[in-house]
Design a binder for this molecule. Structure first.
Ligand SMILES: Nc1c(C(=O)O)ncn1[C@@H]1O[C@H](COP(=O)(O)O)[C@@H](O)[C@H]1O
Length: 167
C-alpha cells in the first residue's frame, strides 16, 4: 500500500521515539514510510523529500529532531502538507528542540507535540486523516473507548481498596 504518512527523523538515534508513532499507525492501519534526513547534514535530500511529498500521495508528515531542531520547520517551509513536530530529548532535557520547533513564524506552522511524544504525533496524524476517512474515524473512536474503559476499571479497583478519611 502507498504510504500516506511520512515519518522523518533527524538521525536514527531518534528511532526509539518514532517507533511509538509507527506502532500506533500500524494499529490504526495507516500506511506509512520512515526515513532519516537532516536539514543540517543532508539539506538537499530534505528539499527533494519536502517538495515531492505531496505529489507522491503523502498527506501528513511527522518530523522529529533533537538539539537545534531545524528539520520540522524547514520541511514545513517547503510543503503545504501539515507537519507534526516531535522535539527529541537528546540535550538540555529536550527544551532546546522544543523551542526550536514550536515557535514558527506566522504563516508557516509546525503542529508541535510534547517532548518525545511519538505516540501523540501519530494520534494527531490519525485525527487529521480521519476527517476524510470514516473507517479510520471508527477505528480511532474504538481506540478511545478502550482508554475510557481502562480508567473506569482502574477507578473501580481504587474504590475497592476503600481509602477513607479515618480521623
Ligand atoms: N536536529 C537535527 C537535525 C536537523 O534539524 O536537521 N539533524 C539532526 N538533528 C538531531 O541531532 C541529534 C543528534 O544526532 P546524532 O545522534 O546523529 O549525532 C538528533 O536528535 C537529531 O534529530
Amino acid at each position: 500500500m502507498k504510504p500516506i504518512v511520512s515519518i522523518i527523523m533527524g538521525s536514527t538515534s531518534d528511532l526509539p521515539i518514532l517507533k511509538k508513532a509507527a506502532d500506533f499507525l500500524n494499529d490504526m492501519q495507516v500506511p506509512f514510510e520512515m526515513n532519516a534526513l537532516s536539514a543540517h547534514r543532508t539539506p538537499r535530500e530534505v528539499e527533494e523529500f519536502a517538495t515531492g511529498a505531496q505529489a507522491r500521495g503523502i498527506k501528513v508528515i511527522i518530523a522529529a529532531a533533537g538539539m537545534a531542531a531545524a528539520l520540522p520547520g524547514v520541511i514545513a517551509a517547503m510543503t503545504p502538507l501539515p507537519v507534526i513536530g516531535i522535539p527529541i530529548n537528546s540535550t538540555l532535557s529536550g527544551m532546546d528542540a522544543l523551542y526550536s520547533i514550536v515557535q514558527m513564524p506566522p504563516g508557516i506552522s509546525v503542529a508541535t507535540v510534547g517532548i518525545n511524544a511519538g505516540m501523540n504525533a501519530a494520534v494527531t496524524a490519525v485525527q487529521i486523516l480521519a476527517l476524510s476517512d470514516p473507517d479510520l474515524a471508527a477505528r480511532y473512536e474504538a481506540y478511545r473507548a478502550t482508554l475510557s474503559k481502562k480508567i473506569v476499571k482502574a477507578n473501580e479497583e481504587l474504590r475497592e481498596v476503600k481509602y477513607e478519611y479515618k480521623v
